[in-house]
Ligand binder design. Structure first.
Ligand code: NAD
Length: 250
């Protein structure tokens, strides 16, 4: 099946070798999409894109906390492909801090990537999607937003990820008239570089008692949710939140 035939899809934070973004880019490419990996480092973004395929891939440097950088990245995509159909706001950082440990700098770092990043990237693509009369934006929130804290993210991470849900819903209301759908996913504990190496067997056993599906998630589990929300499979869904957490939170 080619659910994303001829669609140009930008995935932020897609250069992490075992990350959710990379798995998403790979799955989208298999479904016919042209994928653009937009991550901090230009070389790494290009390498990640080239690793997926030589054709229908592009890597661009993009710091999502910097509005000019977002605009430059989207401009490069428009110059090369002439359209943008899907934006996956996937860039994110975590800091395992407790409330009193969060410095002003920590707060800014974490909220900037999630909230400014989502806003600036959305602002950069929305005029093009509106002109095309169609598009989809999917945002990576977290179960941390819903249950108050995760294993690795601090309270400021929960705040940033919860803020993304509000921003997504407000933009979904505003842009529905242009046939632009804006949805979010809330992944649970997914094994990637953020979480992977840091879990001891003991921690894992304890965590699994709270997960009805009795396993941690993997990047593909989240990529499949993105595919649903980015493609026509979700044609009548906007402003929604899709839990991908094995039942950890219901
Ligand atoms: P990852 O570290 O592999 O991916 C995050 C990517 O974001 C990295 O490639 C990093 O370079 C990039 N990035 C960081 N700051 C950036 C910036 N300013 N501009 C552009 N790119 C930037 O980790 P992952 O687990 O694949 O995380 C992907 C997303 O999923 C994140 O938003 C994360 O918060 C979210 N998430 C992860 C889990 C989990 O358990 N792994 C759970 C819920 C949500």
């Amino acid at each position: 099946t080619q659910l994303l035939d001829n669609k140009v899809c930008i995935i932020t934070g897609g250069a992490g070798p075992r990350g959710i973004g990379k798995a998403t880019a790979r799955l989208f490419h298999q479904h016919g999409a042209t994928v653009v990996i937009a991550d901090l480092d230009e070389e790494k973004s290009r390498e990640a894109a080239a690793e997926i395929a030589a054709e229908r891939t592009m890597g661009v440097a993009c710091d999502v906390t910097d509005k000019a950088s977002c605009e430059t990245a989207v401009k490069a995509v428009m110059e090369r492909y002439g359209r943008v159909d899907v934006l996956i706001n996937n860039a994110g950082i975590t800091q395992p801090l407790k409330t009193l440990e969060i410095s002003p700098e920590n707060y800014e770092q974490v909220t900037d990537v999630s909230l400014r990043g989502m806003l600036y990237m959305s602002q950069s693509v929305l005029p093009h999607m509106a002109e095309q009369r169609g598009g989809a934006i999917v945002n990576t929130s977290s179960v941390s937003a819903q249950r108050g804290g995760g294993i690795f993210g601090g309270p400021h991470y929960s705040a940033a990820k919860a803020g993304m849900l509000g921003l997504a819903k407000a933009m979904a209301r505003e842009y529905g008239q242009y046939n632009i759908r804006i949805n979010s996913v809330t992944p649970g504990l997914i094994q990637t570089d953020i979480t992977g190496g840091k879990l001891t067997d003991e921690m894992k056993t304890q965590i699994l008692t709270g997960i009805p599906l009795n396993r941690l998630g993997d990047a593909q589990d989240v990529a499949k949710g993105f595919l649903f929300l980015a493609s026509d499979l979700s044609s009548y869904t906007t402003g929604a939140v899709l839990d991908i957490n094995g039942g950890m939170h219901m």
